[in-house]
Design a protein around this ligand. Structure first.
Ligand SMILES: *Cc1c(COP(=O)(O)O)cnc(C)c1O
Length: 402
């Protein structure tokens, strides 16, 4: 399998021809139940008629004008996102890393604009993932992402995951705020408990620093609320939040949302993006919201998530030699694979059975299905996962016996 594509991904030797809802059809005609959803991106599944219509209609009218001009779809999407959240303002990007990058810049600029330019450092958590730009790999702090790319961007102080005392101890005269995922995704589906989230908010208020959330993976309905921090109530609202992945349902789109207070330094000329928020992206972003903001959408996500979780609990019960537990919230679930069995082994067995998932840190497999999955999809996924676990179990036994 040689290719002119830069080999930065260890890809499966599998390509797809088309998608239908929660299903993908490969170029060789096999059907896969897609519980990877493009890594939590295809929240409305593949080829959702409302998104297809919005994109194709817009494609026939106008693709791009640049941000030198007003973009009505952008004003509309910003209005709807801010109506639905803590935020007053939105900046649109093409990816998650850019949304986080905007959030980092905004947090620094806030302190600069309010007379504390020395406050530029952000406290982050071990196991974090914030993207692959120079600033976001520094924020993520993972050696494997930083290695060989020169001195990491300065301004990030990492502490153990969710450790309140460590956060307090790390706050100094240069601290601008905290940056973290309410549920770590790449790290292996690690949720910050609601009480900790509220305590972190309080710590920020006490020190006059900003709470910056990265909801790139856990946001946009994934956990059963529009944004994951909402589970912890009003007392957990951030000042700034990065969003991406599901917000475009597969069209490259991200957003940085903020309160007017936190965004005070972001004036004309302070930040920009040529493509960010272009008419094509905005048509799709608005269409995604049409579906997600419908009153029965999130209740249905919670209902089906409960069903999936119950089924997974049965899998854990019947294959304790392969999987040892489930974690996460809503349809952002992590299956913890037993130590000594590599998560990729189960992931490959799932794929062979016709079920796609995503590997995560801490030897987990992430199950991130489209939010539109049906009862039948859950039943089918359970069946496929059951046979994949049985296959891995048999493989492990053969290996132990030889
Ligand atoms: C995927 C992800 C990013 C990066 O998004 P890209 O679109 O790949 O740049 C940032 N933060 C979190 C939490 C993510 O899951």
């Amino acid at each position: 399998m040689t290719s002119a594509v830069l080999p930065t991904y260890a890809r499966a030797d599998l390509a797809f021809e088309k998608g239908e809802g929660a299903w993908l059809v490969s170029t060789d005609g096999r059907r896969f139940l897609d519980f990877a959803a493009g890594i939590a991106v295809n929240a409305l599944g593949h080829a959702h008629p409302h998104l297809v219509k919005a994109l194709t209609e817009q494609a026939g009218k106008l693709w791009h004008t640049s941000n030198m001009f007003r973009i009505p779809g952008q004003e509309r999407l910003a209005e709807r996102l801010t109506q639905a959240t803590f935020a007053d303002l939105a900046f649109f990007t093409n990816s998650g890393a850019e949304a986080v990058e905007c959030a980092i810049k905004m947090a620094r600029k806030y302190h600069s604009a309010t007379g504390n330019p020395q406050r530029y450092r952000l406290i982050t958590f071990e196991g974090a993932f914030h993207g692959r730009t120079l600033a976001t790999i520094a924020a993520g702090g993972q050696k494997k992402h930083l290695d060989g790319f020169g001195p990491p961007v300065d301004g990030f102080d990492q502490v153990p995951f969710g450790d309140l005392e460590a956060v307090k101890a790390a706050i100094g005269p240069q601290t601008a705020g905290l940056l973290f995922e309410p549920i770590q995704g790449e790290g292996g589906i690690n949720p910050i408990p609601d009480t900790t989230l509220r305590a972190l908010r309080q710590i920020c208020d006490e020190h006059g620093i900003l709470m910056v959330l990265d909801e790139v993976q856990c946001g946009m309905g994934r956990t059963g609320k529009l944004f994951a921090h909402e589970w912890a109530g009003e007392g957990a609202a951030p000042d700034i939040m990065a969003v991406a992945k599901a917000i475009g349902g597969g069209f490259p789109l991200g957003a940085c949302l903020a309160t007017a207070k936190a965004a005070v330094g972001m004036v004309a000329g302070s930040h920009g993006s040529t493509y960010g928020g272009n008419p094509l992206a905005m048509a799709v972003g608005n269409a995604v919201l049409d579906v997600m903001l419908a009153p029965d959408f999130l209740p249905r996500v919670n209902e089906i998530a409960g069903r999936l979780r119950q089924s997974l609990a049965m899998i854990v019960d019947s294959h304790p030699d392969v999987v040892e537990g489930i974690r996460g919230k809503g349809l952002m679930l992590g299956l913890k694979v037993r130590d000594g069995i590599e998560n990729r082994l189960l992931l490959n067995a799932m794929r062979d059975a016709g079920l796609l998932g995503v590997a995560g840190g801490d030897n987990t497999i992430r199950l991130l299905p489209p939010l539109i999955i049906t009862d039948e999809d859950v039943a089918e996924a359970t069946k496929l996962l059951d046979s994949a676990c049985a296959a891995v179990s048999a493989q492990v036994k053969v290996k132990a016996a030889s």
